[in-house]
Design a protein around this ligand. Structure first.
Ligand SMILES: Cc1ncc(COP(=O)(O)O)c(C=O)c1O
Length: 512
């Protein structure tokens, strides 16, 4: 092969003309690394995705048998490379990829805490993949690191903090943000723990964290990972609305101290996973201060309410906490994962980890001030702030606040619908956020069969493929769970879901 052909092929701008490649030149003639491949495949994918997201029809999730899906996926791996029509194959893969996912653009998709993403955010995410700028170090991702600083400043103001005098890192998911916050809390409150570990306890007792049973599972998992141990999780009592009962919490903390535990961190929720409950953060902040406990707020779901003028007061007191988890891939409609971990005290952001790694860490403060390598677990992380920063810059806060307000309005409307006279639906929670749980209780059905009926209704709904909802166990008994995320969802969609539940529920309970 001549140098000229070698170079042309390397640039990906021409089809193979070298006889060496003639066997597959007729079909797969473009260099997979080249710009022309990128352009053609991107055009195909863009047209496909545009069609996909414009489909707002009412539909649920299609569940495939894993074995069937495995076979189909395997068949694509067994192709003889270079002899297939790559564009046709790409289109088939995209079709199956879309078909096997939760139909987030559909107004009858109400099952999970994520939704269709802002289209511009998806485009920037795609561009980020192509640019390949892992953003842990300033050197590798200069604009993302500057954007991270700017997003910290605007969002800190919404928290009620000084824009400049606080800390924030982007991080791959709310679970990792919760883990990192508790690690920072441990290192700040038990300064010897990074070096010596926590096995021997500390002067104040056995290290412990205080959380409610309504907390996301990532919080109790963190206790295991960080060497605190599940036995050292102090459970804070909750009220009927799944909020921490503050006065009972004080008693529990005092009792824990008497038992030789040193509770160094308490976790409150701004939007619990099950029902979207928001703890009384102001009250808990006062308790944390009194007992010298780090207060972390898991706002993975609900911190976004800070952007809504209507709902931000539900997070009253959040300005007094030490750290906050905030997921943009939930209520800010960004591609996953995009989580942010905020610290009130900027120096605490540097307390979670202590390492030297001369191959990446730099002594020059000009750059390290913008790098998050020393402040997050990941060595490589996506420039996840870019979609959020660009959407914020182009469209402003109202892009988010309007969608949040709509979601919460829908949850309130749905709650009202459940209470229509003679309805056989029993709401479990009056939504503070956009999550609503309820049960269908046909007349005459014994309480003992209620949980099982909800599970079977949920299962039938999922297999029927018209709606997508979730289920959750509340106080030991199953309930149906809906999360209002979609911009197109209206009360009529929820009403038709209830009709469907009623139809299925009656059929199932008649056969019981
Ligand atoms: C309240 C809460 N915290 C944390 C998480 C975990 O977030 P992620 O899925 O981004 O790890 C979730 C996920 O649903 C959540 O609802």
């Amino acid at each position: 092969m001549s140098d000229q052909i070698f170079e042309q092929r390397r640039k990906g701008s021409v089809a193979h003309t070298d006889p060496l490649f003639s066997s597959f030149a007729h079909i797969s003639h473009l260099d997979p690394h080249g710009a022309e491949s990128f352009r053609r495949q991107a055009e195909l994918a863009t047209a496909f995705v545009a069609r996909h997201i414009s489909d707002r029809s009412c539909r649920g999730l299609k569940m495939y048998e894993p074995a069937e899906l495995l076979e189909q996926a395997r068949s694509w791996m067994n192709l003889s490379h270079g002899t297939e029509d790559t564009e046709a194959m790409l289109e088939s893969v995209l079709r199956l990829y879309a078909d096997t996912g939760i139909p987030v653009s559909s107004p009858t998709s109400m099952g999970r805490q994520f939704s269709a993403v802002v289209p511009l955010a998806a485009i920037i995410d795609f561009v980020s993949s192509a640019f390949s700028q892992p953003s842990t170090f300033y050197e590798a991702a200069q604009l993302p690191n500057v954007a991270e600083r700017l997003m910290k400043e605007v969002l800190a103001e919404r928290i009620g903090w000084s824009a400049k005098n606080c800390g924030m890192v982007t991080i791959s998911g709310g679970s990792l943000a919760n883990l990192t916050a508790i690690l920072a809390a441990r290192n700040v409150k038990i300064p010897t723990s990074w070096q010596r570990g926590v096995g021997g306890g500390d002067a104040l007792g056995r290290p412990a964290i205080a959380v409610s049973a309504a907390c996301h599972y990532s919080v109790s998992r963190a206790a295991g990972i960080l060497g605190i141990g599940a036995d050292q999780i102090v459970e804070l009592p909750t009220n009927r609305c799944e909020q921490i009962d503050n006065s009972a919490a004080e008693t529990t903390l005092e009792q824990a101290r008497r038992e030789g535990l040193h509770v160094f961190c308490m976790v409150a929720s701004a939007g619990t996973t099950n029902v979207g409950a928001i703890d009384d953060i102001a009250g808990l902040a006062a308790i944390a201060k009194k007992h010298d406990i780090w207060l972390h707020v898991d706002g993975a779901h609900g911190a976004s309410l800070l952007l809504s003028e209507v709902h931000r007061s539900k997070l009253r007191g959040i300005e007094h906490v030490d750290s906050i988890t905030w997921d943009a891939h939930k209520m800010l409609f960004m591609p996953a994962a995009c989580s942010m971990l905020f610290y009130k005290n900027p120096s605490h952001a540097n307390m979670a980890f202590h390492q030297d790694a001369s191959y990446v860490f730099e002594a020059d403060g000009r750059y390290t001030a913008f790098s998050s390598g020393e402040r997050n677990l990941e060595c490589t992380k996506r420039p996840m702030i870019m979609p959020l920063w660009i959407c914020w810059s182009l469209y402003g806060q109202s892009l988010f606040s309007e969608a949040i307000d709509h979601a919460l309005e829908m949850a309130a409307a749905a709650f009202a619908i459940l209470q229509y006279p003679k309805s056989n639906f029993v709401p479990i929670n009056e939504p503070e956020a956009n999550i609503l749980c309820f049960r269908y209780h046909p007349p005459g059905l014994p309480e003992s069969q209620l949980s099982d009926l909800q599970l079977r209704i949920w299962d039938t709904i999922r297999s029927d493929g018209k709606f997508f909802i979730s289920k959750v166990k509340i106080q030991g008994s199953y309930a149906l769970r809906v999360v209002f995320m979609n911009r197109d969802i209206r009360p009529c969609h929820f009403e038709s879901l209830l009709q469907e539940i009623q139809r299925i529920g009656n059929q199932l309970s008649a056969g019981q």
